[in-house]
Design a protein around this ligand. Structure first.
Ligand SMILES: Cc1ncc(COP(=O)(O)O)c(C=O)c1O
Length: 455
């Protein structure tokens, strides 16, 4: 039986739910990343590093709440904090002390954060960071990098250097961003020629949380360059914050951004985000006299800013994450999985395939056009190819094949480790990977044989 046939056979109830979902949701899904043919998985329950789908299949989960769940599903400290808070109220319509404790923890872990403003999501946090940069500098232009993702709002929707506009946007909306390659000469050239740049925003470990790694030293050099030209550096640490290190990529690289955007781990698995940074910049959210309020203050509302449940979960999470042990543990597992997957790729001599990663975040690419030695990612591989994981047909088979073998990789090509994962999970994942590679390469089992060129 082919990978796709096996997937269909093992998931009848997911298929039935998807049939209904198509009448309710455009495309049948609630998030583009969860869309998959012939239908997505419907999950009923999660615990630790596991999830169980509606057909009773048990899976090792590498989505981990899209990266939010560094302590795994249902960590007792977070569950207890949220349960306690449920009884005290989910929304006070008032300021509350939990938000102070949450902000204190964030400040303690992020060197450059002097003040914080909470938002309801990561997308809102990057929207806010851009507005702050413009308000502070009085300049309109933001430089961002090809393929870096900062949420789905209009201002940062375009992530390519060509002129194609994302659907639903029109020219005027995107003119204030410049999309640059991750090339500092290119960025310096813009900064030298233009005096209207407010700031530069980036994912500090590379596009899609490191799927497209940055050139060595890029973050540090960009920090120097932004200082040199007097523009703000905005680090989008929505994935990397509290994960690659308690103080995010900035702590690890020894730099301090002017503004930092946070979400995911920060909110303990509940919805929430924040912008943090220099007090003189965040001051543009504060009240002043009538003239200031009218001309310099950013208006900011948001029903669920610093929502008590998210604050309770976030505090519980950050108190545990603070000493760095969870990041370090999860990173060790990530490195073991990468090594194990690459060994399987080398055994099968699969050119253009590699596993790689950054601590607790791993990526797999399948059948890249650069055809590199198995396991040795070629940095010249095009950004869009790395972001989609290589050959889309192979990534699709990998995603379904891994699910058939009890492993749910994020979009079939990435994974987030948590403290709930174990080395036994890693061994099981490597075995599932080996079995999936064999199934992909099995000509009789696949209508379209999937393995890329063999050496
Ligand atoms: C780097 C980065 N920035 C921003 C966002 C948007 O965050 P949210 O999904 O909470 O709106 C994401 C989400 O994946 C992200 O990865």
């Amino acid at each position: 039986m082919s990978i796709i046939e096996t997937y269909i056979q093992r998931h009848p109830r997911s298929q039935a739910l998807f049939d209904q979902a198509q009448t309710l949701f455009p495309g049948g899904v609630t998030h583009d990343g969860r869309y998959i043919t012939p239908f997505p998985l419907y999950v009923e329950r999660c615990a630790g590093a596991r999830k169980w789908d509606v057909d009773g299949n048990e899976l090792i989960d590498y989505w981990m709440g899209h990266g939010a769940l560094l302590l795994g599903h249902g960590h007792p400290a977070i569950v207890a904090a949220v349960q306690r808070q449920m009884e005290r109220g989910v929304h006070y319509g008032a300021e509350h002390e939990l938000s102070l404790r949450w902000a204190h923890l964030i400040k303690r872990l992020f060197n450059g954060i002097e003040q914080v403003r909470f938002t309801a999501s990561g997308t809102e946090a990057t929207m806010m960071a851009l507005r702050l940069a413009r308000a502070y500098t009085g300049k309109p232009i933001i430089i961002r990098f090809v393929g870096h993702y900062h949420g789905w709002h209009d201002m940062l929707a375009r992530d390519t250097t060509d002129d194609t506009l994302p659907v639903g946007l029109f020219d005027g909306l995107v003119e204030s961003t410049i999309v640059a390659p991750t090339d500092l000469t290119y960025v310096e050239d813009i900064l030298r020629k233009r005096s209207d740049v407010a700031g530069v925003i980036l994912e500090p470990t590379g596009a899609s949380y490191g799927a497209v790694p940055l050139p060595a030293g890029f973050l540090r050099d960009l920090r120097q360059l932004t200082w040199k030209y007097g523009v703000l550096l905005i680090c989008d640490e929505i994935v990397t914050g509290f994960r690659v290190a308690p103080g995010g990529a900035q702590q690890r690289e020894g730099i301090i951004a002017d503004l930092t955007t946070l979400a995911k781990v920060m909110a303990g698995g509940l919805p929430g985000g924040a912008v943090g940074g220099r007090a003189d910049i965040l001051k543009h959210l504060a009240f002043g006299d009538a003239a200031w309020n009218q001309t310099r203050k950013i208006r900011h509302f948001g029903t669920f800013n610093a929502a008590p449940l998210a604050a309770a979960a976030g505090i519980a999470m950050l108190e545990i994450v603070a000493d760095g042990a969870p990041c370090a543990y999860a990173a060790t597992l990530g490195a073991t999985l990468v090594a194990g997957m690459n060994a399987e790729l080398r055994k099968r001599r699969l050119e253009g395939w590699a596993a790689y990663g950054d601590g607790s975040i791993i990526h797999v690419v399948a059948g890249c056009s650069t055809g590199f030695t198995p396991g040795e990612l070629d940095p010249r591989t095009p950004t869009d190819e790395l972001k989609r994981g290589g050959d889309p047909r192979l990534v699709h088979l990998l995603r379904l094949g891994m699910i058939n073998h009890g492993v749910d990789l994020m979009r079939g090509r990435s994974g987030f480790f948590s403290t709930a994962h174990t080395s036994a999970d890693v061994a099981a994942t490597i075995a599932a990977f080996a079995a999936t590679l064999d199934a992909i390469g099995e000509p009789d089992a696949q209508p379209q044989p999937g393995a890329s060129r063999q050496r």
